[in-house]
Design a protein around this ligand. Sequence first.
Ligand code: NAG
Ligand code: NAG
Ligand code: NAG
Ligand code: NAG
Ligand code: NAG
Length: 497
Amino acid sequence: MTLVLKRQENMEILAVLVGLFCVLQSNGIEVEALENGCQNFQSHTVMLQEQQSYRSSFHFQPPKNWLNDPNGPMWYKGVYHLFYQYNPYGAFFGDVMIWAHSVSHDLINWIHLNHALCPTEPYDINSCWSGSATTLPGKGPVILYTGIDANHCQVQNMALPKNLSDPLLEEWIKFAQNPIMTPPDGVEGNNFRDPTTAWLSHDGKWSVIIGGWSNNQGMAILYRSEDFVNWTKNQDPLYSTERTGMWECPDFYPVSVNSTDGVDTSVLNEGVKHVMKAGFNSHDYYMIGTYVPEMEKYIPDNDFTGTSMDLRYDHGKFYASKTFFDSVKNRRILWGWVNESDSREDDMEKGWSGLQSIPRHIWLDRSGKQLVQWPIEEISKLHGKKVSLFHKKLDSGSIFEVQGITASQADVEVVFELPELQQAEFLNPTAVDPQLLCTDANASIKGRLGPFGLLTLATKDLTEQTAIFFRIFKGLKGYLVLMCSDPSRSTLRDEGR
Ligand SMILES: *[C@@H]1O[C@H](CO)[C@@H](O)[C@H](O)[C@H]1NC(C)=O
Ligand SMILES: *[C@@H]1O[C@H](CO)[C@@H](O)[C@H](O)[C@H]1NC(C)=O
Ligand SMILES: *[C@@H]1O[C@H](CO)[C@@H](O)[C@H](O)[C@H]1NC(C)=O
Ligand SMILES: *[C@@H]1O[C@H](CO)[C@@H](O)[C@H](O)[C@H]1NC(C)=O
Ligand SMILES: *[C@@H]1O[C@H](CO)[C@@H](O)[C@H](O)[C@H]1NC(C)=O
């Protein structure tokens, strides 16, 4: 959804709605199992996707079952790869999680391959949890992942492609000397996980961070290696703080200070700042700052506060995200797990749970103070019939229907023109939590400028609806737009919950 605000002299509120109606996508095919150690996990047919209710058409989904964290996204020999946490046994988070694997030429249409990593060895016998891919110059990609070992302890393992000539990287071989990292002193076996993409540092050595919790601090535990095999823990973490919980799925990468182009994870020069992202309290938070490799320190412009004031990628359902550098289009791409609000019972009934977000291009805002994201341009491949509407006047309380679209599958571009912005209420942006503001004032609470917007996924009688709405405030230096969604009436079954 695109929003452009213009000032108008008269008192009318004009809306221009352009609904882009999109074509249904198939979610790929299922492939027969190969002898790759994962075959035992392939045969648990729960429900065919044609029989599953509420499947999405555009977002990445496996044919069935539970999905969570995106893992090891990368591009290799003309093919985009996405691995992800998957429960082969059903639509719930399982005792045995594996790495499922899908490939694409455009990040939109996906083919599901055989699973890449399944529990087979003492160092991962209780699950193959999240991790990342790193491409070693001249050597190809390597996966680092967290294994849940025979003692239910978290350890870091390595896996390599069996055949580097295969652009699909269908088979992965676990490194014989796994695990390559075990919980260091002071870190308990359940607080040591989710290795990032590694980067080459100033001294030619590799660095990687692992999410951790030690001595009442959330942290990015730093390991270094000359050969990518023998890893030594740095004495101090790259960053640690007493103000957060355990760090899950950290991400660490450079962003260009003056371009929307992305840069490779190992780039280190005057032209970049560094982003440190961590998951805690079920949300993904990030800081922007400076990486000082000589000291192996990360110095954020603003430290995490552990409050809702910390920067977030997304205020909706979006967690365990991971970026990768797309060298084909020189951009950094963000993937995130969209956890839903359904109950376990509802998930089991519908046969699936969880999506990956539409991949987003991510870059540093010109202010240098926050990141900016936009769905990748390839999303236009999903556009079909276009429905346009112009010059609609919205009186207070008025509602009209945009006809000719399938409401559950539309990409909407909308321009609202507003009269007299001066009457907007004052809001100090440094002292508000936008999420709280959205929930405190839902779509039915009137303000001076707003709410106005769209009622999406609505039934004819509007008893079921999801409001996407806006409010305009006067800020310290200009006007502010608050964009909210109100899921409280999005399913009738949720009523009263
Ligand atoms: C490796 O992959 C290439 C390309 O797919 C294929 O032609 C070749 O047969 C594979 N080699 C082996 C040993 O499987
Ligand atoms: C691993 O690396 C450390 C630090 O560079 C070094 O001291 C140690 O000898 C290496 N161990 C092996 C087995 O190569
Ligand atoms: C961006 O900044 C870098 C480093 O300051 C500089 O070398 C480069 O020319 C700049 N690029 C643009 C497009 O301004
Ligand atoms: C996922 O959603 C469920 C249901 O709303 C919730 O109980 C759970 O805490 C969520 N998990 C995360 C990591 O957001
Ligand atoms: C909106 O908020 C008001 C006041 O808190 C509440 O009475 C009302 O039920 C809410 N409406 C919805 C749809 O949640």
